[in-house]
Ligand binder design. Structure first.
Ligand code: SF4
Ligand code: SF4
Length: 437
């Protein structure tokens, strides 16, 4: 069965969440959707993978359709990406999969947005696409489904390295490759001091750790000089973000008016979450519960707020506190698309301007030479669910593709495989280190 193959071959969502794909493959659905929207500014790896591997991506999608019993397949792709459309279209047509052409807006690749664009259906608040008969996967995940079905496990990650690097590009890197090797592969940084946005400026995290490593969910790195507006903003401590918000938020509600989930009809209102900050010393005792429905797209913080405040981070804190307290938000209002939704979409060009990253917008052409690190550190938790348990010992010789860590038969998670051929040098609580031959 496909789902068993996918668990054993280590296939998880490659677009960021890392949800094990075998769970989706064992569901029944009406629609299987491909998410090729790629709307994070300066991330271009999905565009490149669609141009290079259309046959494999569509074959993986067809496998998921067969596995879920879905009669319809729709492929979300941006209208501006003509080269990728030209590559995907004939393969899709041959499998009866329709293309869904999307505008260049942020965040047209949000799962709720994509399901609505493809089917006109609205996922219930805090629900999953399956609740409205849909299975959604990123395009690289479908590539991995195809590979798994051919007997090739997930051992490498397709990613782009862009921003302040000499040769912005997309390429494959073995899982566990240190970020410093990715940067070297892209010709090195153009600035001595930099921050790295891992997985995107809007929804990724800011890191300064070049020894951190590639996992199954790393979509790429964006380097920006350490004095850049975004690095300064995003490196403020959470307490300072809350303190500034408490004193400076004027409750203009722009954050809510631009919130894509609010505009789709979900009752998330970040200005009310910000208001919570004003009611207590920290806000933590009195969070507005609608934060639960926030998808962390970052638009309120990085685009909408005229005061440069941090409503998205307030929602993050609120979600953490509410979950710890076991409080769940139940939306009473019916989900109805806001009449102004179409008029409040945020074009990527405007977003890049607001983020002050226009000078870094460039292509990230495919480099067919994979990164070749001397050592890799395979994280035991690079998927949603339980961490994997090592099944090899230090000193063992492994071939690329050998299983080195597994999750329990009934645990959520996926097998992890050696990403290089070599010797297991060490096993720690969170990773397996392999020296490449
Ligand atoms: S947009 Fe900014 S200032 Fe306005 S309500 Fe939201 S957080 Fe407050
Ligand atoms: S991050 Fe802000 S704009 Fe995005 S869903 Fe959450 S509250 Fe809405």
């Amino acid at each position: 069965m496909l789902s068993e193959i996918l668990k054993e071959m280590g296939v998880v969502g490659a677009g960021g969440a890392g949800f094990p794909t075998y769970v989706k493959a064992s569901a029944q659905a009406e629609y299987v959707l491909a998410n090729g929207a790629e709307c994070e500014p300066l991330v271009h790896k999905d565009f490149e993978i669609m141009c290079r591997y259309p046959r494999e991506i569509i074959a993986g999608m067809a496998l998921m359709m067969a596995s879920t019993g879905a009669k319809r397949g729709k492929f979300g792709i941006k209208e501006k990406n003509r080269e990728a459309i030209d590559a995907i279209e004939p393969e899709a047509r041959a499998h009866g999969i329709e293309l869904l052409l999307l505008g260049d807006f942020y965040p047209s690749g949000d799962e709720y947005e994509l399901v609505y664009s493809a089917t006109g259906r609205l996922i219930p608040p805090a629900g999953l696409p399956l609740a409205v008969g849909c299975v959604v996967n990123n395009v690289e995940t479908y590539f991995n489904v195809h590979e798994a079905n051919e007997g090739r496990p997930v051992t490498r990650k397709f990613l782009s390295v862009t921003g302040a690097v000499r040769k912005p590009q997309s390429f494959w890197a073995p899982l566990g490759t240190p970020f410093r090797d990715l940067i070297a592969h892209a010709g090195g940084s153009t600035t001595p001091e930099f921050g790295m946005f891992v997985g995107g400026i809007m929804m990724g995290k800011l890191s300064f750790d070049v020894d951190d490593v590639v996992t199954k969910t790393t979509t790429g790195l964006i380097l920006l000089p350490s004095g850049h507006y975004l690095v300064t903003r995003k490196s403020r401590p959470a307490a300072a973000m809350a303190r500034i918000g408490k004193s400076a938020c004027d409750q203009c509600s722009y954050c809510t008016e631009f919130c894509p989930r609010f505009l789709l009809g979900y009752d998330v209102q970040p200005h009310k979450v910000m208001r919570s900050l004003g009611f207590t010393l920290t806000g933590a005792d009195n969070w507005n519960r609608s934060a639960e429905l926030c998808c962390a797209c970052g638009l309120c913080t990085l685009y909408a707020c005229p005061e440069d405040l941090f409503p998205k981070e307030a929602c993050d804190s609120a979600k953490t506190s509410l979950r710890a307290a076991g409080i769940k938000f139940i939306q009473e209002k019916p989900v109805r698309v806001h009449p102004m939704k179409e008029y409040r979409r945020v074009p990527l060009s405007m977003l890049r301007k607001r983020l002050k990253v226009e000078e870094y917008e460039t292509e990230a052409p495919f480099n067919s030479n994979d990164a070749a690190p001397k050592r890799v550190w395979l994280r035991l938790k690079q998927h949603a669910g339980a961490p994997a348990t090592p099944v090899v010992e230090a000193g063992a010789r492994v071939e690329r593709g050998d299983a080195v860590a597994r999750v329990g038969a009934h645990d959520l998670g996926a097998t992890i495989h050696a990403s290089v051929t070599g010797v297991v040098r060490a096993i720690s609580e969170d990773s397996i280190e392999i020296g490449a031959e």
